[in-house]
Design a protein around this ligand. Structure first.
Ligand SMILES: *Cc1c(COP(=O)(O)O)cnc(C)c1O
Length: 434
């Protein structure tokens, strides 16, 4: 039992994220020694299938050798330099690639997702100030949104549990009605519900546009609040409204960018061009923390002035870290070399087919887009959900339900045997827990 040693030391010294430590203490924490593909191994050499790609980050599983090579090659050159007054090949090349992929030509780097949100929010508000419209300074967001937990990001995140204790530090705003089709009326399609929600957005814009800098959203999937999905027509119409009312559209692709929804980026489903795109999580394939905000020539040029204070003076110490940029280049290169988007559509079809076996359970709202599956377990109490996750862990399957929603966001490299294991195990642990 080598695990126990790590568990004891960890609980004494380490404060885990998104965790009530007292509750954690009474459950078991899993010490991970190494990873390979979709599998994680603990110190007793027991293996676990990482069905959430480690919080949606490890697109190609663990220890992916091609991405790793990009980092080790860069390690022989330079590990880090500041990016003010200096520049380097990995950051330049990555900016060129991201510009090519997104059609937005200016890349600004941060270290993680919430950084990217802070950057996009600040850029948008600063843009309007530079344009002589300082009253346009509100950022509008959707109900059930999640954009991260630093103060700026939290101010556009609609999760009470995360906001409540810091309410005095953040701006209060009313979120816009979510197009998540689970809230549709009986018999109403996802599309007509999305259009109904657009009317809400339009009314809000009509009344308040002179105070709004930007509208931020998670395109097509509101991941962190339970994989709520919505019709792409919402994105298309929201873009139109933003254009009409002179409001920036901030497209937070931190969770769903890089192929998760079946296209390289979710905004492609609606054929739109956002004003800002935020990327992180899958950007480095899970190797190193990095985020990027991409924006238009128009936004860039609003900062391009003689006066220093009109410039975007934001910075992070690790902005554009060469190792992280190299990991991102390795990730993008992997997409190019392995025809990932097409391969994923085959994997996705197989998983969807196998998901049908779960229909014997008391579940509702079974939903899928690309490489994301979710369903709600009817009548499941917190206790039942806890039982399901811990039984799954005992059986070697790592899932992390959100409320009564159980979801899969597996690494793209998952094979048929691993898929069967993931779904069969889920079925069995639910059946024996309810
Ligand atoms: C995870 C996430 C963030 C925040 O990213 P961090 O790296 O955790 O700070 C922001 N937006 C979305 C949509 C996310 O899923």
């Amino acid at each position: 039992m080598r695990n126990q040693n790590f568990i004891d030391r960890s609980l004494k010294s380490l404060w885990n994220p998104c965790t009530q430590m007292k509750i954690q203490q009474s459950q078991s924490i899993i010490p991970i020694k190494r990873g390979e593909g979709v599998w994680l191994f603990d110190y007793d050499d027991k293996k676990y299938l990482d069905a959430t790609s480690s919080w949606w980050v490890n697109l190609f599983g663990h220890n992916q050798s091609e991405i790793k090579k990009y980092i080790t090659d860069q390690l022989d050159l330079v590990e880090h330099v500041m990016l003010a007054g200096l520049t380097h090949e990995p950051a330049i090349k990555l900016s060129e690639k991201l510009s090519h992929l997104t059609n937005l030509g200016h890349a600004f780097y941060g270290s993680d997702g919430s950084n990217a949100i802070e950057i996009a929010i600040k850029m948008s508000v600063h843009y309007w100030k530079n344009k002589g419209q300082p009253k346009k300074n509100k950022i509008i967001y959707l109900q059930n949104s999640y954009h991260g937990e630093t103060l700026g990001a939290l101010s556009v995140t609609d999760i009470k549990l995360f906001r409540k204790n810091y309410a005095s530090l953040i701006k209060k705003n009313n979120p816009i009605k979510t197009p998540d089709w689970r809230y549709a009326d009986k018999g109403e399609t996802a599309e007509s519900f999305a259009l109904r929600c657009i009317q809400d957005l339009e009314r809000y814009f009509q009344d308040n546009h002179q105070y709004i800098a930007a509208f931020i959203l998670e395109p097509l999937v509101q991941c962190a609040t339970g994989m709520g999905m919505y019709h792409s027509i919402y994105l298309a119409k929201a873009r139109d409204l933003c254009t009409q009312y002179h409001i920036h559209l901030i497209d937070d692709e931190i969770a769903v960018g890089f192929g998760r929804t079946g296209k390289m980026f979710a905004f492609e489903h609606a054929n739109i061009k956002p004003d800002f795109i935020c990327l992180s999580k899958g950007l480095t394939g899970g190797f190193l923390p990095l985020s990027a905000v991409l924006t238009t020539d128009n936004v860039y040029m609003a900062f391009y002035e003689d006066k220093i204070e009109k410039g975007f003076l934001h910075s992070h110490s690790y902005t554009g870290n060469p190792l992280a940029c190299s990991a991102a280049l390795g990730t993008i290169n992997y997409f190019e070399n392995h025809d990932v988007i097409n391969q994923n559509s085959k994997t996705s079809a197989y998983i969807s087919e196998r998901m049908k076996s779960l229909s014997i359970l008391p579940i509702s709202n079974l939903r899928n887009i690309g490489m994301i599956w979710a369903f709600d377990l009817d009548g499941a109490t917190k206790k039942i959900i806890k039982k399901i996750s811990s039984k799954a862990i005992n059986r070697g399957l790592l899932i992390r339900p959100i409320g009564h929603t159980i979801y899969f966001m597996p690494p793209y490299v998952i094979n048929h045997d691993e898929i069967n294991f993931m779904i069969d195990t889920t079925l069995e642990v639910i059946q024996s827990s309810i």
